[in-house]
Each structure stands twice: as C-alpha cells, then as structure tokens.
Design a protein. Structure first.
Length: 166
C-alpha cells in the first residue's frame, strides 16, 4: 500500500525539481495532448459505432415490423385452415376462389387429377390476382404443387397450376 504514496511523492519531487519554464511547457503540452488522446482513443471509436447503429437500426426495425406483420398473417391463416377438400369439393372450392378473386373468367380449364389434385389452366390472368387466388386456397389447405407460367402481356401471365389438397 505504500507504493502509491511513494510514486506520488517521486512525481511531485520530480515536478518541483523542474524550472518554472519547464513546468509551464509541460502543462501546455498536457493541455494539448490529453484532449487529443481523448479524441483519438474515445471519441472517434464511439462516433463510428453510433454511425454504424444509426445506419443498421432502421433496417432492423423495418425487418422486425415486417416479421410481426407476417406472423400476424400466419396466425390468421392458421385459424382459417380446416380440413382440405377432395374430389368435386376441391373443384368447387377452386372455382369459388377464382370467382372471389375476380379471375374466374380467365380460368379456361379445370380438371381433376385424382382425389386430392386438380389442374387449373389460366389465360391472361393478372399475376397479382393469381397470387391472391393461390394464397386464398392456401388458407384452406390447398397448395400449388406445380406451376407453369409464361408472360402474356404487361402484368399478365398464362399457364397451368397443379393444386393439391392436404
């Protein structure tokens, strides 16, 4: 414990041994160097971290908001999922969803492919409408197993979708 007072007394005696001019110069150097060390060792790294988080945090908040919206959508879809239809009930459900999504007139062919499968052929259907149609079926336990689409104009597609009831 005597080391600290011993060091302090040695520094004090060395300081007092210097001339008044040397002490002023050392004091002025300390006034310049200490803020510079503070700036280099503390301020610059802290400012860099703040800038980094100011850039990253809004993106992460947006991603979190998107995940929360998607989680709410998943929860609502889970409540609507019931028993998947089969046979003619599946075809009826597909036609009903196509009419509901206003793409029924673009459904050129609908044919069964077994007890739990059907193929729907569309011509010049709006892509967004087709996606909403498939999402509506997905909420009722019917998924797209195979999709073949080709562009048919601006925002329009033509092709076939194989739908499977689970």
């Amino acid at each position: 414990m005597k080391t600290v007072p011993l060091v302090v007394s040695r520094v004090q005696s060395a300081w007092l041994a210097r001339s008044e001019k040397e002490r002023r110069i050392a004091f002025l150097v300390a006034l310049v160097v200490l803020p510079l060390f503070f700036y280099i060792l503390l301020w610059i790294p802290l400012a860099a971290r703040v800038a980094h988080w100011e850039h990253v945090l809004p993106k992460q908040r947006a991603a979190l908001a998107t995940m929360r919206r998607e989680a709410a959508l998943v929860r609502s879809l889970r409540t609507h999922v019931g028993h998947a239809p089969s046979g003619t009930a599946l075809l009826s459900l597909i036609e009903q969803q196509a009419q509901l999504r206003a793409i029924g007139g673009m459904l050129s062919e609908l044919s069964p492919r077994g007890s739990h499968k059907a193929e729907a052929v569309f011509s010049k259907v709006p892509f967004n409408g087709l996606v909403r149609f498939l999402a509506g079926l997905g909420a009722r336990g019917v998924e797209a197993a195979h999709v073949e689409l080709a562009p048919a104009g601006v925002g329009l597609v033509s092709g076939s979708v194989t739908l499977v009831a689970h």
